[in-house]
Design a protein. Structure first.
Length: 144
C-alpha cells in the first residue's frame, strides 16, 4: 500500500486543474476569435496582390530575355515553341500560380496598358470569382 507522503509527491495534473486550463483557453478564444475572423479575407487580398507583383517580375524577366511578352502564363513554366536556346533562361516560375481563392490569374494583351505602361493585363477575379467586378485585383489598379 502507498503511504500518504508518497501520494503527495506524485507528479501529474488533477482533473480539476485540467478543466481550469480548458476554461481559460475557451475564454481566450471567445475574446480573440471574433477579432481574427474578419482578417482572413484581408489576408487573402494582400497575398493575391503580392502574387500579382511577383508575376510581374517574372513577366518582365521573360520579356528581357525573349524580347517579347509571353502569349500565356504557361510559357513561363515550359519552353515556348519559338524559343532560341541562347536567349531562353527559363523556366521563370516553378508552376503557374492561382490566386488565394483557387482561381487562375487572367493574363491577356494590354487592354489597360495605357494606364499601366505595360503590354499585358494581369488580374485576379477576387473574392467574388467574377471577372470585371469591383473586387478584382489587377496590375493596373491605382496606377493611372
Amino acid at each position: 500500500m502507498m503511504s500518504a507522503s508518497r501520494r503527495r509527491n506524485r507528479s501529474g495534473f488533477t482533473f480539476l486543474e485540467i478543466m481550469f486550463v480548458v476554461v481559460i483557453i475557451g475564454i481566450l478564444l471567445a475574446l480573440v476569435g471574433p477579432r481574427l475572423a474578419g482578417r482572413t479575407q484581408t489576408a487573402r487580398i494582400e497575398a493575391t496582390r503580392a502574387q500579382v507583383t511577383n508575376l510581374e517580375t517574372s513577366l518582365k524577366t521573360f520579356e528581357m530575355d525573349m524580347g517579347r511578352w509571353p502569349e500565356t502564363l504557361d510559357e513561363m513554366v515550359k519552353d515556348p515553341d519559338d524559343v532560341d536556346d541562347k536567349s531562353y533562361r527559363g523556366p521563370y516560375m516553378d508552376k503557374v500560380p492561382q490566386d488565394s481563392w483557387g482561381q487562375d490569374f487572367i493574363y491577356k494583351p494590354g487592354k489597360n496598358a495605357r494606364f499601366n505602361k505595360r503590354s499585358y493585363d494581369l488580374s485576379s477575379m477576387g473574392p467574388d470569382k467574377a471577372e470585371g467586378t469591383e473586387d478584382d485585383i489587377t496590375n493596373w489598379e491605382g496606377k493611372k
